[in-house]
Ligand binder design. Sequence first.
Ligand code: S6P
Ligand code: ZN
Length: 180
Amino acid sequence: MKSRHEGFSHKVTSNPWGLSEPSKVVVRRLKDMKECFKACEEDPETEIYRVISPAEEEPCDMTYALTVMKSGKIGDEFFMTKGHFHKRQDAGEVYMCMDGEGCLLLQDRLGSVIRLDMAKDDVVYVPPAVAHRAVNTGKGDFVFLAVYSPDAGHDYESILRRGFAKRVVERGGSVVLEDS
Ligand code: S6P
Ligand code: ZN
């Protein structure tokens, strides 16, 4: 890995989806996010998603991470990320969908939620000060690259405490956004 002053680059690989080395992988399993799903009967070891990012230890002003989310449901809820606010109130980010189909839930501090659908090649701007959660509503992997400032920080606690006001579920074969 070059120093941040020289820039750095990775290839996004498919089959399997990932980032070329040097990169690091964080796997999130059901047991890591039980409080997110209403039902929890499935195997706690079930992988929901993984986040692959540059193995860069030096501080940078911008970075990226690839999220690879499996297709599936826990009860009637589609696989999703934990979701977070950024600690820095002025830090937004950009998501680029590389494969699959899904949506982003954006919830502001007052609890209003909007749903933005995402499919391959869509680029989405996530504004600052909204909690964001990605949901895989498709039949295959949902893969997206997030570009953000690493010092934005992840605040998981605030949104866990309050919870997302809406959840994405399957009803009669359709994808539905319903009140939590
Ligand atoms: C980082 C960006 C993504 C998420 C990733 C996992 O700001 O939004 O890289 O970290 O999709 O989601 P979560 O909610 O578990 O961090
Ligand atoms: Zn984020």
